[in-house]
Ligand binder design. Sequence first.
Ligand code: BTN
Length: 229
Amino acid sequence: MSRPIYWHKTIDSTMIEAARLAAEGCPSGTIVGADEQTAGQGRLGRHWHSSPGDGLYVSFIVRVSHLPARTLAAGLAARAAIAEITGVQCDLRWPNDLLARGRKLAGILVNSEPSALVIGIGINLNHQSFPPDLAPIATSLAIESGHPVHRDTLLPALAAQIDDWLPRDPAEVIAEFQRVSSYAWGRRVTADDSLTGITAGLDPTGFLLLRKDNGEVVRVLAGNVRPVE
Ligand code: BTN
């Protein structure tokens, strides 16, 4: 599929530019990327470390409706592209953190714009080190695979996997997520530090189910899922 790609040397956040392009009516599949972001956005209002040249920082504008399953599909797409290009097999932490050896390798932020979804993907490619606050919890493809990874190799594979996974039936996406994610079943976690329980699969919409210690099963709608060791 031929698609517009807007590449920036430096940008505040590709999410902001992608939202602008979506409002202007750009075609579905359009990509906005940058070598560096000065105000990279993470989930839940966090900052995304976006040092120049080390990572892949892209946003896809996709004209599909927003179902939670699309968020999961984006994670599956990134996982498949990483495996295809580097051989690194990532775990997925609901809804769509990509982990290697329990450390964060990539993150995904999905924003619902009036006429499109903006799917922002940040993948740590060639970092050999991280700022002190991230060092214990982050990793990169170069660290995991032992080889440098060029974004020009990974981006086409990622785009092809997004095209493949985004339109899929939610039931298929949810089934695949539950198959590959170590977080889907039987994992003791907290959600937003306020809810603790054992994961009990996903509901038919794609929300995580948590069995609390009193036996009650609740849905996690969003938030920060972390393991309790
Ligand atoms: C997360 O918190 O895990 C989501 C991180 C998403 C980062 C990507 S990098 C490209 C795009 N632009 C942004 O500002 N954020 C997303």
